[in-house]
Design a protein around this ligand. Structure first.
Ligand code: G6P
Length: 612
């Protein structure tokens, strides 16, 4: 939530900051702002309510702001409603300290009162203004350096933050401080960059530092110096980012979401290849040897949003292939529950960003309770990846659209690999079946491409649903798990109310919501459950529902019941979610498009939820 950027070098800062923010808009987009130090040493601040485009227009693409050092912010409101006044950057009363912030200052009321007692006045409802003024307070109190001032503030602040700060008396310098919220610092030929996420600076440099918790960075003359809380200098390793800069661009697609839907075959292939060796899976690189896998007694999968839906699929697949008890928990619940963990339980945290606050807290809780932890994460070097005992990196590349698609697919293939390997080492599947599963996984990308060829039909169907009021998704087993994801995709980007139900639950209340013409989407890929779900479809139809059937080629009898049918290629049924999800993603995309909505940036949402 919220994206921050910073730049200091020889070029004009504002266009670089705006460009960086455009790559971070997925993190929040209710207001934005820039602070640039002009030639006279004055720091000029411009803010605008609404999308980044409004700020860009207001500053003529950054041209009205002159200066080579600056910071910027795109906001997802937590404290204080979205408004120009609450937009960042915020500054101290005399303009001595200016800052942008991502995170939440939990004790901001208490700090605000302390500052008020010391003569500070507040113009916004944000916690950020409090942080900026607290730094100003310590700067003046101890007549110290910016590092001292920030250190003192960090000790007093409770909560999470990635802060970028400029001090009036330190021209050409940007200071950074971090606790929990993500931030990277980049360097290139006399220039320094700072951002919440890699895509914002990928165009300018691939050489980055990951700043740790409770650390400070000083960006000056193309060099970053790091300090710990005592103000002592510390060494950091420069890391090269291997992502392709093109990956963060739309590449001719109208929206990132459509581009990312089409990148799924590659995301699946790359993730699978990362653990495939001579036709067999090898999780040694993940840090899980066959011996360790054999020793696991239970699995607890913890995640949020779509990553939780991957967990729901994994539960069916792992239980069936590896005969291990698996439970799936929402991270926000797990972290506050005294869940009993078996000493040999593996806790698997699934997260695209690796920064989701609840998932990170759940990981820490699991570690505290002595569990072994595995992170399935997309963003290299993210907090969850760094703190988990083992990491299985999904190879989806940067995902920009708020509604996840390719990261979900990459997570699915990662959990299939885990399931198949567990099945093999525990002897719950035969070697032949294991080989067949691995082969089926390698065929999934081609099959996803086949589903993508059907998009014209789905667009036609979606256009007719633009005015739908309620949509229901039903399925059983893996089909129920994928229904959860299909329903989330639809509601988050089309704003049409939708719900996913285990088809057998329908009769326990929900069926009363079915009216003439209500769309019911049935996912039917599990042959053992085919007849059961067709009966549920008939029950809906006799109450007036319009039925969309999503099934595998060969199940043609579904046409006797459904009004509209989409087929996906056959695969091993454990892996059916990887194919069934694609028409559901396309449907959501086209419904959103037909309703004239902003597909990539749905209202009220942010891609990376770094606050509770
Ligand atoms: C947000 C995103 C979802 C994502 C969820 C968990 O709600 O919009 O797409 O599934 O966070 O994020 P994570 O980065 O942990 O996978």
């Amino acid at each position: 939530m919220c994206g921050i950027v910073g730049y200091t070098g020889q070029r004009q800062a504002a266009p670089i900051l705006l460009d960086g923010l455009s790559k971070l808009e997925y993190r929040g987009y209710d207001s934005a702002g820039l602070a640039v130090r002009n030639r006279d040493g004055e720091i000029e601040i411009v803010k605008a309510k609404g999308r980044l485009a409004v700020l860009s227009e207001k500053t003529d693409g950054g041209r009205t702001l002159q200066g080579c050092c600056g910071i910027g912010h795109t906001r997802w409101a937590t404290h204080g409603e979205p408004s120009e006044n609450n937009a960042h950057p915020h500054c101290s009363d005399d303009g001595n300290v200016v800052g942008v912030h991502n995170g939440i200052i939990e004790n901001y009321q208490e700090l605000r009162e302390k500052l008020q007692r010391n003569g500070y006045r507040f113009y916004s409802g944000t916690d950020t203004e409090v942080a900026v003024k607290l730094i100003d307070y310590y700067y003046k109190k101890y007549l110290g350096t910016p590092v001292d001032a920030i250190n003192h503030a960090m000790v007093r602040i409770r909560g999470s933050y990635a802060l970028a700060i400029m001090f009036k008396e330190y021209p050409g310098e940007v200071f950074a401080a971090r606790k929990e919220s993500p931030m990277i610092l980049g360097v290139a030929d006399g220039e320094c960059y700072l951002a919440s996420d890699v895509p914002a600076i990928l165009k300018y440099t691939r050489n980055v530092y990951y700043i740790g918790n409770m650390e400070i960075g000083r960006l000056k003359d193309g060099k970053v110096t790091f300090y710990n809380l005592d103000g002592d200098e510390i060494e950091k390793e420069l890391v090269e980012i291997l992502w392709d800069a093109e990956a963060a661009e739309k590449a001719g697609y109208e929206h990132f979401m459509m581009k990312e839907i089409h990148e799924q075959p590659r995301a699946i292939t790359d993730t699978l290849n990362s653990v495939l060796q001579d036709g067999a899976l090898n999780l040694d690189g993940v840090g899980l040897t066959d011996e360790e896998l054999k020793d696991i007694s239970h699995i607890c999968i913890v995640a949020c949003g779509s990553a939780y839906h991957v967990g729901a699929v994994a539960q069916y697949v792992i239980e069936d292939l590896a005969k291990l008890p698996v439970r799936v928990e929402l991270a926000s619940e797990f972290r506050y529950r005294s869940l009993l963990l078996d000493p040999k339980e593996l806790v698997v945290i699934i997260s695209q960003s690796g920064e989701t606050a609840d998932s990170l807290a759940a990981l820490r809780e699991a570690k505290k309770r002595g569990a072994s932890t595995l992170a399935v994460v997309n963003v290299v070097g993210s907090s969850i990846a760094r703190e988990a005992d083992h990491v299985f990196y999904t190879m989806a590349g940067p995902e920009i659209a708020v509604a996840t698609t390719k990261a979900y697919s990459a997570q699915l293939i990662a959990v299939y690999c885990l399931a198949a390997q567990l099945g093999k080492v525990r002897g719950t599947i035969t070697e032949e079946y294991y080989q067949e599963l691995v082969r089926e996984m390698t065929l999934l990308p081609e099959k996803v491409n086949k589903v993508l060829e059907e998009k014209g039909r789905l667009q036609w169907f979606a256009a007719k649903q633009a005015n739908a009021k309620d949509v229901f998704f039903i399925g059983r087993g893996v089909d129920y798990a994928v229904s959860l994801e299909g329903s989330l995709k639809l509601k988050e980007i089309s704003y049409i109310h939708s719900e996913a139900y285990a088809a057998g639950e329908l009769k326990h209340g929900t069926i009363s919501l079915i009216e003439d013409g209500t769309l019911v989407i049935s996912v039917v890929t599990q042959s053992a459950l085919f007849e059961k779900i067709v009966s549920n479809m008939v029950e809906c139809k006799s109450r007036g529902a319009q039925l969309f059937g999503l099934t595998s080629y060969g199940n043609y009898s579904i046409e006797d019941t459904a009004d509209f049918v989409t087929y996906v290629p056959k695969t091993d049924e454990h892996f059916a979610a990887s194919l069934a999800v694609v028409p559901l993603q396309l449907l959501a995309y086209y419904v959103s498009l037909a309703r004239g909505l902003d597909v990539d940036k749905p209202r009220n949402l942010a891609k990376s939820v770094t606050v509770e």
